[in-house]
Design a binder for this molecule. Structure first.
Ligand code: F3S
Length: 654
């Protein structure tokens, strides 16, 4: 009898580069068909790719998006954008120009293909799971390797069947579905899991609604999320003029799953992720009256045609409250045009909305920072402290309908508080046909070998680590708590994000919001170790959160647990990810303690390291959850030296 696969297994099986049992916990290697990068993670990735000595990417399609930092507060970002455009031409990569749209929203609409694999330098790459892709977020080094045609190693995740039943009530949205997931799983409950959505409720969700749900699987730490490529996806491809690229993809009838849960869509209420974690989820009706100063409707999570249309329906005939600033950032130029043609933009402007640039912008603190102690209600996906650009602001995550009602009333409110009849919200559907204009997608030439790469002064070489010393003596340069995000490690705002191509410069701001003394302390120590609690490195995939501590002399991070992408980024840059064997030993270590490790390379190979705390006179042991290849990468000093050491495209088959 033929093996019966669920959808996630089917996708993985089709991309295996070596036979492997699809058992959770097994290390497997998969082929990557497509890659995406965006402007504030891309430069490091392409600097690494350049070092691999190839003339052209080996993927079926690679796309570089200019979408995050379009503020151009000085020369740095435009310099980066010119570099990225030239490097795309040089190496056979499509370039989505500034103003064309946010990477995830453009990618699944214009390049995505059901059944293909996608790896992106952004944690929300799984958004493309909405159309049945195997879409995984990663650091820049991993994506550079994927562009070079190297197989990607992952630990086979558990596949969780999320059965959606029934239908959402008007005024309740896809955002509430994924907030319900976050309420159940928390910010690390998705670790080592793929969420596969099934059930009759799936057919009631449009592709962008599925995108919202797949997008925020990242907030649970999931490897990815996936929906079937069904008739709804086919209709979306038809609307995009790409029906010939559609491939139907469903789970096998008798497939099984590692875990199963059910969500009755009809039972959900409008939900809110309260400060400062995406899993701090409450029913809106259970919250007290919360006055609001700012509302932001936008991001790759919730700025689709249906999202903005529903928000506009709530706003129509009303005006934004005098104490509220409402900004709307539509996710792509194509969607903007649809909304312009059907007068939705007019409704937004009449209501007092400020239409900002088609970009990530406010989502990652690039403009529209809240006021001091301000309350900002957002349709985006992260509400970590400081994520909006103001450290002491309070960010609440909601659906577009709730955001619009809040903008009208000046306090957190359900759409029913503004609209007497919610049924028009349920009637909003995706356009049957989009206007297609790919003129802002620049195709690369057939042969880019003569293209000159234009490198501005902001672009500094990628720092490369050295192999671990035989004996490591290092001081504790940071004692961090639980759930440290990559935003805590490498903060984002208009100035800081423009420094991402310049490690010596941006390293000066490592942990600047979390611990302003970290940089001077790490420099003084020279060689140091970071101690951390649970879920270290959650959030964005930015590998700067691994590179900048490495640049400042951090040799290892000892944590109770670690987020997947950040752990991989540490390994790629030769920083050893260590896990406490006994988490209670975290309490016995203090900032500034001197830690010593003998025979470090041998202990790395054994995956168990004994650390002597000379200051306290005690020893404790840590474990290294590393595959054989990851051990070899660490011993080489990182992925780039490893690839150079073992040579060319076969190196990762070692
Ligand atoms: Fe951009 Fe925010 Fe999404 S930074 S890619 S809109 S998570």
């Amino acid at each position: 009898m033929m093996t019966q696969y669920n959808l996630a297994q089917k996708l993985i099986h089709a991309h295996l580069t070596a036979p492997a049992a699809l058992e959770p916990g097994n290390e497997i290697t998969i082929r990557i068909d497509q890659t995406l990068t965006h402007d504030i993670t891309a430069v490091m990735s392409y600097l690494a790719f350049e070092q691999l000595g190839l003339d052209r990417v080996k993927t079926e399609r690679s796309v570089s998006y200019l979408d995050h930092n379009l503020l151009y507060v000085d020369n740095k970002t435009p310099d980066d954008h010119i570099f990225l455009q030239s490097i795309a031409q040089r190496y056979g990569i499509y370039l989505s120009r500034a103003g064309n749209g946010i990477c995830h929203s453009v990618h699944y609409a214009r390049f995505g293909i059901p059944g293909k694999s996608l790896m992106g330098t952004d944690s929300h790459t799984p958004t493309a799971g909405a159309i049945g892709m195997l879409a995984i977020g990663a650091g820049g080094m991993d994506v550079a390797a994927a562009m070079a045609g190297l197989p990607v190693r992952i630990t086979m995740p558990k596949i969780v069947r999320v059965e959606l039943t029934g239908r959402l009530r008007p005024g309740v949205s896809a955002k509430d579905v994924v907030l319900e997931m976050l309420r159940r799983y928390g910010v690390k409950g998705g670790l080592g899991r793929i969420f596969e959505y099934t059930g009759d409720g799936v057919a009631t969700l449009e592709v962008p609604e599925r995108g919202t749900i797949a997008n925020m699987g990242a907030e649970m730490g999931a490897t990815t999320s996936v929906f079937p490529a069904d008739e709804t996806v086919q209709a979306f491809f038809r609307a995009q003029g790409r029906e010939d690229a559609f491939v139907p993809l469903l789970p096998d009838e008798k497939c099984t799953y590692d875990e199963e849960i059910t969500i009755d869509l009809g039972s959900l209420d409008p939900l809110v992720a309260c400060p400062h974690m995406p899993d701090n989820v409450k029913r809106l009706c259970d919250l007290p009256c919360i006055p609001v100063q700012q509302v932001y409707i936008g991001s790759c999570t919730n700025a689709s045609y249906t999202d903005i249309k529903k928000a506009a329906l709530v706003l129509k005939g009303h005006h934004v409250h005098p104490d509220v600033s409402l900004t709307v950032s539509i996710s792509t130029r194509q969607i903007f045009r649809e909304l312009l043609c059907d007068s939705t933009i007019t409704d937004l402007i009449d209501a007092g909305a400020r239409i900002t640039e088609i970009a990530c912008g406010a989502c990652c603190g690039l403009g529209q920072a809240p006021a001091t102690n301000g309350v900002s209600v957002r349709t985006s996906n992260r509400n970590f402290s400081g994520r909006g650009g103001t450290k002491d602001a309070f960010l609440y995550l909601v659906s577009p309908e709730v955001a619009a009602a809040t903008a009208v009333l000046g306090f957190l409110a359900e759409p029913g508080a503004v609209l007497d009849d919610l049924s028009p919200l349920a009637a909003v559907r995706e356009p049957a046909g989009y206007h297609v204009d790919d003129s802002m997608l620049l195709a690369p030439p057939e042969d880019g070998r003569d293209v000159e790469i234009r490198r501005g002064p902001n672009i500094k070489p990628l720092p490369v680590n050295t192999p671990p010393a035989e004996r490591l003596c290092a001081d504790v340069s940071l004692k961090a708590g639980d759930n440290i995000s990559t935003d805590d490690i490498t903060p984002a705002n208009a100035q800081l994000s423009s420094m991402r191509s310049n490690i010596p410069l941006i390293a000066e701001y490592a942990f600047s919001r979390y611990d302003p003394d970290f940089v001077s302390r790490a420099k003084e120590m020279g060689t140091s170790i970071i101690i951390a609690g649970e879920n270290y490195g959650q959030g964005s995939s930015r590998e700067h959160a691994a590179i900048t501590p490495m640049f400042l002399g951090v040799k290892a991070v000892v944590a109770k647990s670690m987020a997947r992408i950040h752990r991989n980024n540490l390994i790629n840059h030769g920083v050893i990810p260590m896990l406490f064997e006994n988490p209670s030993e975290y309490d016995g270590i203090s900032l500034g303690d001197r830690l010593e490790i003998d025979s470090l390379p041998d202990q790395i190979v054994k995956r168990r390291v004994l650390i002597y705390n000379r200051t306290k006179g005690i020893s404790f042991s840590v474990r290294l959850e590393l595959s054989d290849t990851e051990v070899a990468i660490i011993l080489a000093g990182g992925r780039l030296p490893y690839i150079k050491l073992y040579g060319g495209s076969n190196s990762d088959n070692k």
